[in-house]
Design a binder for this molecule. Sequence first.
Ligand SMILES: Cc1cc2nc3c(=O)[nH]c(=O)nc-3n(C[C@H](O)[C@H](O)[C@H](O)COP(=O)(O)OP(=O)(O)OC[C@H]3O[C@@H](n4cnc5c(N)ncnc54)[C@H](O)[C@@H]3O)c2cc1C
Length: 333
Amino acid sequence: MPVGRAGSVSSQPHVLVVGGGVAGASVAYFAGQRGARVTVVDTGLHAASQVPSALVNPVRGQSGQVAAGAVEGLRLTWALVDALGEAGVEVPHGRGGVLRPVPDDRTRQKFERNLPAALPHRWLSVQERPPELAVGWAHALWLPEGGWLDGAAFTAGLLKLSGAEVVRARATAWDARTVTLDSGKLLRGDAVVWCGGSVGAGWAGEGGTHRAGTLLTLDRAVTEVPFSFGAYLAPAGTGGVLGATFEAPTPTWKEPALPLPSLRWLLGKADALTDLSGNRVTGRWSGSRLAGLTAGRGADGVWRLAGLGSKGFLLGPLHARHVAGDVVAALRV
Ligand SMILES: Cc1cc2nc3c(=O)[nH]c(=O)nc-3n(C[C@H](O)[C@H](O)[C@H](O)COP(=O)(O)OP(=O)(O)OC[C@H]3O[C@@H](n4cnc5c(N)ncnc54)[C@H](O)[C@@H]3O)c2cc1C
């Protein structure tokens, strides 16, 4: 039987979540769905999940890797977008597919080796390709169930729908049942789930693989559906974006920036995808993501969902559903 805040026995488990990005918001949502009372402690600072337009793209990188759970993950993300819409929380998104141009036969062969039959996909003929795609791509893979969404709106929507209490503070210490805030206040619960992302791992002094990247926000969407190879072009809630996580990996979190040579790299990747003339840059968003998935309970008794890499919106909710289910089940035993 879970122990409540004042140490009393309560039938409703109380879950404390550190971090309110897509990982923490999804854990809060699914723990709430399973009957838990949830408190999320979040600074609201440096969340990778604030990304203005994130791809929901099951075929990854330049070798076409498909992560385990990718098909289930993307369908769950879209189901959550629908649930948010039904609850009156609109998340700007587009679910009209993702285009993965491929430069040569060898790369196509790599993609083909990775593509599971369960993932709807089709190689487009030259005539079928969107007119905005630059010439010179040997192949173009069409992923009809992919798309893009506004990361900030999706995350905020999940947090809202979770019904969790949100405490705007920095957690300075945590163990299996308590979280200490920077004010010195101690929160007590029945379980703690750490979802601090790249910045949180940095603050906690943990080693890891952090990778920063940048999105240029554009005055209009250059393409109707996202194009992705190296960098991605996608529509956004307002206008469009051009971006990628492309800085060299670092072992600690660093405040994300856009070095000038990176801008050159990004524009080069974009030029290979489409003709950008006539588009205006309206702003810049930079963030950092953490690689190396951890999802489950650690030896210290603290649960954890972190290291979502570049798949936060593809797999974050799916992993969160598992973790939240396990947390609540463990408390009900
Ligand atoms: C440029 C870029 C482009 C990307 N594009 C895509 C994409 O197209 N598709 C995709 O699926 N993914 C994409 N990602 C990856 C995705 O954004 C991340 O995988 C995901 O957002 C990570 O979510 P998270 O909740 O683990 O961490 P975060 O979103 O970083 O959230 C962590 C939160 O915890 C808070 N926090 C940390 N420590 C503490 C503490 N001690 N006390 C209180 N609060 C704390 C932080 O302030 C923050 O709000 C991209 C990332 C970047 C940087």
